[in-house]
Write a protein that binds this ligand. Structure first.
Ligand code: HEC
Length: 199
């Protein structure tokens, strides 16, 4: 290079200083956060799912791991974080044992729609339906025992108490006709009713 290096312009200096300050701040904040997590005995996020395993469910949880379900799914802190369907924690509050068992054996008929991975053919999870029925039943029992508490992402019921956020969302996105056609499930719950609970 024949050209001499130009000194930085004042604007560039400010820009680099600000960007550098952000990086330094992020690094410090990260270290502080790790330190706090390590020292604290409270979990960073409240766990909103719970599980009580029966003997068959216990066996199912082992089968769930050894049969590679955790490659695509997540349950009890094992597995991947691929997305909503992949996270099976709390599935027992959304789906019944019968539904889960039926899905594992006949995914498409049970879904009533095409599936990405579970149906027969050259699909990565097609092997699931081929597992022994006894094993699938144990896995289904295990999954049906993964319960979500009220307010968990997987729970059918919204958090306890009044939620201005949910009210705003319902007002904004639910078309008028829905209010006549459907009723607000929060009204069915004494403790979660938006009308009865005062903050
Ligand atoms: C290659 C990835 C993959 C593997 C391996 C896999 N699954 Fe899935 N699973 C999916 C996907 C994707 C869906 C959503 C349905 C679809 O499109 O196939 C799903 C859906 C499900 C559902 C339905 C969830 C719901 O509420 O709709 C259950 C239950 C399930 N899987 C259980 C299992 C079990 C048990 C195993 C192991 C024996 C397993 N899966 C292995 C990818 C996988």
């Amino acid at each position: 290079m024949s050209k001499k290096q130009q000194p930085l312009k004042p604007g560039e200096k400010i820009l680099f200083t600000v960007a550098g300050a952000f990086v330094v701040f992020a690094v410090i904040a990260f270290i502080v956060m790790q330190f706090i997590i390590a020292r604290s005995d409270k979990p960073l996020f409240e766990t909103k799912t719970h599980v009580e395993l029966s003997p068959e469910g216990q066996k199912g949880s082992e089968l769930f791991r050894v049969n590679g379900c955790t490659t695509c799914h997540r349950a009890l802190r094992n597995g991947t974080n691929m997305g909503r369907t992949a996270d099976l924690d709390g599935i027992g509050s959304r789906r019944s044992l019968d539904w889960i068992y039926a899905f594992l054996r006949h995914p498409e008929q049970t879904y009533g729609a095409p599936t990405i991975d579970h149906h027969a053919g050259e699909h990565s999870a097609a092997y699931v339906a081929e597992l022994p029925a006894k094993d699938l039943h144990a896995i289904a029992v295990f999954l049906s025992e993964l319960k979500a508490d009220q307010g968990a992402a997987a729970a059918p019921v919204p958090p306890k108490g009044e939620s201005p956020f949910i009210d705003t969302m319902v007002d904004m996105f639910a078309p008028k006709e829905w209010k006549e056609k459907y009723h607000d499930i929060r009204d069915d719950l004494p403790q979660a009713s938006k009308k009865e609970v005062k903050p």
